[in-house]
Design a protein around this ligand. Structure first.
Ligand SMILES: C[S@@+](CC[C@H](N)C(=O)[O-])C[C@H]1O[C@@H](n2cnc3c(N)ncnc32)[C@H](O)[C@@H]1O
Length: 282
């Protein structure tokens, strides 16, 4: 029996060396559009958007937050470094008769078409970048807000999950990167287009001195049982602790900074996975 040739493995980030290293392209973007639609964050950030419009959703992805907000009649623009995420976000919005202002821009080069009462970042800060770019991103958020405006930014604590926290310890870094499992063995999910999708990820490197991790992701798409597309992507994550991010926000000019835990309007505890920073431009 003849077998189809294996699909060519494509690595988008390798083609764009200066672009922030994030894996939200191609099949990974499709996965987000298909399977990431809910979450506690949506209601949490919505309250801030209701209190201050217009608002900008930085790293909006495929519109998990943005689209429900537009549906609710809120005035929100969106931007993201990934043209693939933005294209899928636009497609989803248009399917509902919505036509938001969306633009492709890495956050350290943010230069939006208008000023905002609220800028929010959900699950995007520290991705694809480095400390210098993240510092510049905070400066640009400040510049893009109206006086009196609010930045709402979430950050997952570096110690929130055992993976990759255990690799901060020297003798726990010897086993990375681990070998890939066969892609065929990974659990698949069926998309609205009838194709099946699967993702795998691994930590490739972790530098605790620079608080920087490199991850890789493999994505596959199957039609009628046959693997028809396979991709590999790289992601850089810069880790930030609560107190350093507070200092970085202050250095960017923000004041009256309040912190919350796990997308509830309550003070965080030592068990909170996410810290949310609510900061004012004077
Ligand atoms: C985890 S997803 C979150 C998407 C959306 N905020 C949500 O919560 O559904 C992260 C998003 O950040 C974007 N991103 C990563 N690095 C970025 C950067 N340096 N500047 C702007 N967007 C970035 C990715 O393309 C992706 O859409």
């Amino acid at each position: 029996m003849s077998r189809s040739p294996r699909p060519e493995v494509c690595s988008v980030s390798a083609l764009m060396p200066d672009t922030p290293k994030t894996w939200h392209y191609g099949l990974v973007a499709r996965w987000w559009a298909e399977f990431n639609e809910d979450g506690r964050e949506i209601g949490y950030f919505q309250k801030y958007v209701e209190r201050g419009q217009p608002a900008l959703d930085v790293a909006c992805g495929t519109g998990r937050l943005l689209i429900p907000y537009l549906r609710a009649g809120l005035d929100v623009d969106g931007c993201d470094v990934s043209p693939d995420m933005i294209a899928l976000c636009r497609e989803k919005a248009e399917r509902e008769g919505l036509s938001p202002t969306l633009f492709v821009q890495p956050m350290h080069e943010l230069n939006p078409p208008r000023r905002y009462r609220t800028i929010f970042v959900c699950g995007g800060f520290g991705l694809g970048s480095d400390r210098e770019r993240d510092t510049e991103a905070l400066r640009r958020f400040f510049e893009s807000l109206d006086p009196g405006g609010t930045l709402v930014l979430d950050n997952e604590n570096p110690y929130s999950s055992e993976w990759p926290w255990r690799h901060w310890v020297k003798n726990q870094r010897t086993d990375i990167p681990r070998a890939w499992e066969p892609l065929d063995a990974t659990e698949r999910r069926r998309g609205s287009d009838g194709a099946e999708y699967a993702l795998q990820s691994r930590v490739v490197d972790l530098d605790p001195l620079e608080q920087l991790a490199t991850y890789e992701m493999r994505a596959g798409m199957w039609r009628e049982g046959e693997l028809v597309q396979e991709e590999e992507h790289t992601l850089h994550i810069s880790f930030y602790f609560k107190n350093e991010l507070l200092l970085m926000l202050e250095r960017a000019g923000f004041t009256d900074i309040v912190i919350h835990g796990d997308h509830r309007e309550e003070a965080p505890t030592k068990d909170s996975d996410f810290i949310i920073f609510v900061a004012k431009k004077p």
